[in-house]
Design a protein around this ligand. Structure first.
Ligand SMILES: C[S@@+](CC[C@H](N)C(=O)[O-])C[C@H]1O[C@@H](n2cnc3c(N)ncnc32)[C@H](O)[C@@H]1O
Length: 248
């Protein structure tokens, strides 16, 4: 039985679908990269996104994996370069955070190793069941399956919150204002917000700053750290923002 028939005829478990998607992406993309290029981070990310599209939007698995394989071939080198800068920025600033840290919309727990290396006690929230299961499988057990606009923590619980690649969606099920309102509630006064987003005409520097400020934070810095080339000579700017919750 081929993969498509198996998927159509079986109620496939999320983790099994994810593992199958990883294998297929590896098969479709491997020949396009030199042997010393580490493709695994890209495979992890694209397999996760492909599974979201298949599970949440009911898209056909085979077409979706093919689309993500093409994206990976085009973008994996730039993705890897951008991620190194992103991790360096976070690593530098997280050095001033002690105590408990929360990652909102943590996905599959991409920043887990970074938090451990920084000696932080990190908690993770993620609404997509696959993300929560992947975090648990990877040993990130302080994780809760819930949306960021309904955080299951008391006020002032964290010294820092990271939210990466979530706010720019700003949709009814990903409400940027609701997310930042809850984040503002659970960060203790004097604590820090660390936010990473791709910027575009729909979600630009001004909108980002306004949303963060309206939630009661004081923006410390906002910088563009990567210019991602897109087809047809377009570009996407990757931005990093830090902001403090004032001490009353
Ligand atoms: C692009 S991924 C980024 C994952 C992770 N933050 C990272 O940087 O690798 C966006 C994540 O936001 C999650 N998400 C979607 N709606 C959300 C919500 N209302 N609250 C929190 N996270 C949400 C998605 O399920 C997905 O895991």
């Amino acid at each position: 039985m081929d993969n498509s028939t198996w998927l159509e005829e079986t109620e496939v478990d999320d983790l099994a679908l994810y593992d199958l998607t990883r294998n297929e992406l590896r098969r479709l993309t491997g020949d396009h990269f030199p042997a010393d290029f580490d493709l695994e981070e890209a495979i992890t990310a694209y397999a996760y996104f492909a599974c979201i599209v298949v599970k949440n939007r009911g898209k056909d698995w085979e077409t979706t994996v093919q689309d993500y394989a093409e994206l990976a071939v085009r973008n994996a080198r730039s993705d890897s370069e951008a991620e190194k800068i992103e991790l360096d920025l976070l690593r530098t600033d997280l050095a001033r955070t002690t105590g408990r840290l929360l990652d909102v919309g943590a996905g599959w727990g991409r920043f887990g190793d970074l938090y451990a290396a920084c000696g932080l006690q990190a908690f993770f929230v993620e609404p997509f069941d696959l993300g929560c299961r992947l975090m648990r499988r990877n040993g990130l057990t302080r994780s809760a399956c819930c949306p960021g606009q309904q955080l299951c923590f008391p006020a002032d619980s964290f010294q820092g919150v990271v939210i990466g690649w979530v706010l720019h969606h700003d949709a009814p099920d990903v409400p940027a204002t609701g997310l930042l309102g809850e984040i503002g509630r659970v960060i203790a006064p004097g604590g820090w917000l660390y936010s990473v987003e791709p910027l575009s005409d729909d979600f630009d520097e001004e909108k980002w700053r306004e949303l963060v400020t309206a939630a009661g934070f004081v923006v410390e810095k906002m910088e563009i750290f990567f210019d991602m080339p897109l087809p047809e000579n377009r570009h996407e700017r990757y931005g990093y923002l830090t902001a403090a919750k004032p001490v009353e």
